[in-house]
Design a protein around this ligand. Structure first.
Ligand code: GRF
Length: 212
């Protein structure tokens, strides 16, 4: 069995989707540990309920980002992860950390990348009058939310939508596509090469697999 380590900062609904997929055999791997930079992250409870080891690292107790990330990587590597999964992990990563896990670190971002990297994506999509929004699973590179996209899911934005409506619609899609992509990686079907994502030996287009 392959090993997965998950990083979170908050609710952990994507973590829950991954836990469920592992328990149901849709991902043939073990989630060995969950790390959070926030002690109160609800996702830590979800991990504990599933019998998964949890760790919290508090950024305030480290001199700088490099020191924090170095301690984090050291702790993560105790679990010998084949894959590191960012699931709502809300901290900028140092270049050294990204390089260490290059090609074996995934993130999920709530927008149709390359549109709306960074924060408040749903708000921006609504304010710009977009008729659709979505989510992207991508490999993590040094460019924030800029690594090769693997899979996206689109959702409609309706005229009287509040931000929460769009967030909920996007998250529902996230809980389907993230376990799917994680399983592709675990099965050895997915890789990052030449700053592109490859699935079953085929280079994926910029919007990832099945763009439409
Ligand atoms: C998700 O919407 C994800 O796209 C973003 O942060 C959110 C995390 O939600 N990176 P949760 O903690 O998995 O519920």
């Amino acid at each position: 069995m392959k090993n997965i380590v998950v990083l979170i900062s908050g609710q952990g609904s994507n973590l829950q989707a991954l836990i469920d997929a592992c328990q149901q055999g849709r991902i043939a791997a073990n989630i060995m540990a969950v790390f959070s930079n926030k002690a109160q992250a609800y996702g830590l409870q979800r991990a504990k309920e599933a019998g998964i080891a949890t760790h919290t690292l508090d950024a305030k107790t480290f001199a700088d980002r490099e020191a924090f990330d170095s301690a984090l990587a050291q702790a993560i590597d105790q679990y010998q992860p084949d894959l590191l999964v960012l699931a709502g992990y809300m901290r900028i990563l140092s270049n050294a950390f990204v390089q260490h896990y290059q090609g074996r670190m995934l993130n999920i971002h709530p927008s149709l990348l390359p549109k709306y990297p960074g924060l408040h994506t749903h708000r921006q999509a609504i304010d710009n009058g977009d008729s659709e929004h979505g989510t992207s699973v991508h490999f993590v590179t040094e460019q924030l939310d800029g690594g090769p996209v693997i899979l996206q899911a689109k959702v409609p934005i309706f005229q009287d939508d509040e931000e929460d409506d769009v967030i909920e619609r996007v998250q529902t899609q996230e809980h389907t596509i993230y376990p799917l992509v994680v399983n592709w990686f675990i099965e050895g079907r997915l890789a990052m090469r030449d700053n592109a994502a490859w699935l079953d030996g085929k280079r994926l287009p910029l919007q990832g697999y099945a763009a439409d």
